[in-house]
Design a protein around this ligand. Structure first.
Ligand code: ZN
Length: 547
């Protein structure tokens, strides 16, 4: 069996009669096709690991000739890549979902949502009933749902269900009442939908906080379990580092503790939510770095999302002529935080979807960045860019941080929202890459699947998992395989100021790598989403191995 060769065996290689003293390594991998993702994109055969880092990368002859180890892996010619990095996700939130929220992804109607909730409630009875992942665009009736069916099924419990993008929610009457939401409720940067003089149950963006703020807080034990549950699913898909887009000081502190005690191994680039507590602690103290944690950025929201028409557009929506979306905050709010970030050497990473939101943030950043620079301030998603504005990314070294599976999830309805002209500047990944010549890639999970191979496939094929559309969605903006791999490794590391310690297989870097069953750089692109991870290593330690 092919798999059998991967178990780590005690080396029987005995030093030959020659007198070369071999150096001792903790691990050697050889007979591999190693995509180093170094500057030259060199392919090698072998490497040695010592104290959690690569110490040498080269030919089989060079590595086996110079190093010895009790752990030698013959990779049987399989392809090896730097550990994958997700440059934008919600790792902790995903873990929370796994533990307590009903999974509503893929529901085909609101009736099915209610059925899934009932099943969830039977298995996990709790006062608050939470769910996440519904998307009315997947339903036959594509209108937002309303509270009535929820009231019927759950007359006594508060129910709160967030949309797939996290930018809209539907609540039942009990939840609305507890939050004090009425038809008169007005909230800046948010919306409470009203019909016939009462709230329909739909809350957009900042209005969602009225309910999420009153849901009982989790405790430390829950948070620990959530982080471990997320990690348990992420290692098997080859992720060894993630950027979490929006964490509190408490969660970051807990991650740091868990890293130090060894109960959590995922390397985490923590983007801080802009709370007073975060600003007065981590931000004030300046960047914080350990081997597994970096805290050096603030996550902001400029606008909402396209699916819920909260994305801020220059002109109104093509399918909703009275609506052009919303900004989450006043300009001064963003200015204050940008000034603090400059003062304390922090990066600013702002969610911007609509063309007006992107234009606003590009121009705002420009005021602080003064031309070409190395602050690496990012725009998360950079989803719809006015054709005149692309150049600002390059002129001010502003880094777009994009999620290729968003393109293939939204392609069915995105043009309805923005029309034939504006769609040209949407999900324009190659055009964005051209601005700075590097582009970090992520998924935004749990908005999308956690699997980085879906990202790779979507970036290159620009098709859904069923192979639609045949010619690819706006295929002129497809990335090359080499660039897609860089986006998931070295460029994602660079987006976190970590390119000197991770993101490629080079001597001196953390020995984070993944062995795949197929070579995704040359295989048919259609098979990539189903390629199996054979093993994942973090700091030279095997953290996942396929059965
Ligand atoms: Zn996000």
């Amino acid at each position: 069996m092919k798999q059998a060769i991967f178990f780590i065996s005690v080396s029987l290689i005995i030093m030959s009669s020659c007198t070369i003293q071999k150096k001792q390594a903790d691990l050697i991998v050889h007979n591999a096709k190693v995509y180093t993702v170094d500057d030259a994109f060199a392919i090698q055969q072998a490497f040695a690991v010592k104290d959690g880092k690569f110490v040498a990368v080269g030919t089989d002859k060079a590595i086996l000739g110079n190093y010895d180890s009790e752990n030698i892996i013959d990779a049987d010619g399989k392809s090896v890549y730097p550990g994958f990095i997700d440059a934008h996700c919600h790792f902790y939130g995903y873990g929370c979902n796994l533990l307590k929220r009903a999974d509503l992804v893929g529901t085909k109607s609101f009736e099915e949502v209610v059925e899934r909730l009932k099943e969830h409630y039977q298995k996990n009875p709790s006062e608050w009933i939470e769910g996440r992942g519904w998307d009315q665009n997947d339903w036959e009736i594509k209108d937002f749902p309303t509270k009535e069916l929820l009231d019927e099924a759950f007359p006594d419990n508060p129910v709160y269900l967030t949309r797939i993008d996290g930018h809209a929610a539907v609540a039942n009457s009990v939840a609305l009442k507890r939050a004090g939401i009425t038809a008169e409720t007005k909230i800046a940067g948010g919306d409470v939908f009203v019909s016939n003089g009462e709230p329909t149950g739909i809350l957009i963006d900042n209005a969602m906080d009225l309910i999420s703020d009153i849901i009982p807080q989790s405790n430390e034990e829950f948070d620990r379990n959530a982080l471990m549950a997320a990690e348990k699913n992420c290692f098997p898909v080859g992720l060894t580092s993630i950027h979490d887009a929006g964490l509190s000081k408490e969660t970051v502190d807990l991650i740091d503790i868990m890293h130090k005690e060894g109960s959590l191994k995922m390397r985490i680039y923590a983007m801080l939510s802009p709370s007073e507590n975060n600003l007065n602690s981590y931000v004030k103290n300046g960047p914080y770095t350990t081997e597994r944690l970096t805290v050096q950025s603030i996550k902001l929201f400029a606008d909402g999302a396209l699916g819920s028409r909260g994305a801020k557009m220059i002109e109104p929506y093509s399918d909703d002529p009275d609506n052009s979306g919303l900004f989450m905050h006043e300009p001064d709010y963003y200015k204050n935080i940008c000034a603090k970030a400059i003062e304390h050497n922090f990066q600013v990473n702002t969610h911007a979807i609509g063309d007006e939101a992107n234009r606003f943030i590009l121009n705002l950043y420009a005021e602080y960045l003064n031309g070409i620079n190395d602050r690496r301030w990012r725009i998360e998603h950079a989803q719809i860019i006015h054709l005149d504005d692309f150049k600002l990314f390059g002129e001010y070294s502003i880094i777009p941080s994009v999620q290729p599976t968003h393109a293939t999830s939204d392609m069915y309805w995105a043009e309805d929202r923005v029309g034939a002209e504006r769609i040209e500047g949407a999900y324009a990944y190659q055009q964005l890459l051209d601005q700075n010549d590097w582009l970090p890639l992520g998924t935004d999970f749990p908005v999308e699947n956690i699997n980085p191979l879906y990202t790779f496939y979507a970036a290159i094929a620009r098709k859904d998992l069923k192979g639609w559309p045949e010619e690819g969605f706006q295929i002129n903006n497809a990335l090359s395989r080499e660039d897609a791999l860089r986006g998931m490794t070295i460029w994602a590391a660079k987006a976190a100021f970590e390119e000197d310690v991770k993101g490629s297989i080079e001597a001196g870097k953390f020995a984070d790598f993944v062995i795949l069953d197929e070579d995704i750089m040359i295989s048919e692109i259609e098979i990539v989403p189903n390629v199996k991870v054979i093993a994942t290593f973090s700091g030279g330690e095997q953290v996942f191995k396929s059965e």
